[in-house]
Design a protein around this ligand. Structure first.
Ligand code: PGA
Length: 255
């Protein structure tokens, strides 16, 4: 596991986008696992810039998103479908057929979750999985206490997560209570993990993720078991780390 500390969110975005672009250049038909939330927005902006200015080609890329709220229509402006199209997909040359997000409207949720897992396998597995982290240490919507071997399923959101996300809704009542999320086992199957965090609100979760013992109470700590994980944080999110970490990865081009 490699921890990299950047000066700013822009520094995180530039490095994260470069690592993702490297995977696409090396393997044009790659499979990316994507994340929503405020953290990856600048990374998507940087990838859009690489597409428009440097011709980064997404035409053969397949994507699987980590999660989606149960009960929100894809057109809802807080659904993760909407987020991904607005912030990323509509600005690049991705084939809509290659885009996958959990279906928050699925009638038979367990059947849908099995299908989603099968699609990931059929696509050849995820080459690089982008991750944010919750202030409570969740990854995707795998809340504290989630099985470290879990697969895609429905999860009840923690009240803390609902209040963290309430800023995007008109009232707390509108914040969904459930989400379909890739499991921790699903995430760990990816060939490479890239976890991003910025801001002091993530400092505790980052300290535990990078330096604490592995525990289901802080699901992100499981990345310590991954053979190829990079964690990129800004100074504020790094503020509770007790060891020194570099500003650049040891190997920029991860092969
Ligand atoms: P954020 O969410 O990027 O909006 O902070 C991250 C997460 O909850 O995984």
């Amino acid at each position: 596991m490699e921890v990299v500390v950047k000066e700013s969110s822009q520094g995180i975005a530039q490095l994260a986008a470069e690592l993702i672009a490297e995977v696409i250049r090396r393997k044009p038909k790659c499979v990316l696992g994507l994340a929503t939330g405020s953290t990856p927005v600048m990374t998507y902006k940087e990838l859009i810039r690489l597409h428009t200015e440097e011709g980064l080609d997404f035409s053969r890329v397949t994507t699987f998103n980590l999660d989606e709220y149960v009960g929100l229509l894809p057109e809802h402006d807080q659904s993760y479908h909407y987020f991904m199209w607005e912030n990323f997909f509509k600005h690049i040359n991705i084939n809509p057929k290659n885009v996958h997000l959990p279906d928050g409207q699925a009638k038979d949720v367990p059947a849908f979750c099995r299908w989603y897992e099968e699609q990931i396998v059929k696509a050849g597995g995820v080459d690089l999985q982008l991750l944010g982290i919750g202030s409570n240490g969740h990854i995707a919507f795998n809340e504290p206490g989630s099985s470290l071997g879990s697969r895609t399923r429905v999860k009840t959101l923690d009240e803390g997560t609902r209040s963290d996300n309430a800023r995007f809704f008109k009232s707390m009542d509108e914040v969904p209570k459930y989400a379909i999320t890739m499991g921790i086992g699903t995430i760990m199957d990816a060939r490479q993990l890239l976890l991003l965090a910025n801001g002091a609100g993530k400092a505790e979760a980052i300290q535990r993720t990078c330096e604490g013992p592995i525990t289901a109470i802080v699901p992100a700590t499981v990345v310590q078991l991954h053979p190829k994980a990079t964690i990129i944080v800004d100074k504020a999110a790094a503020s509770k780390l007790t060891r020194e970490y570099p500003a650049e990865p040891r190997v920029l081009v991860l092969r």
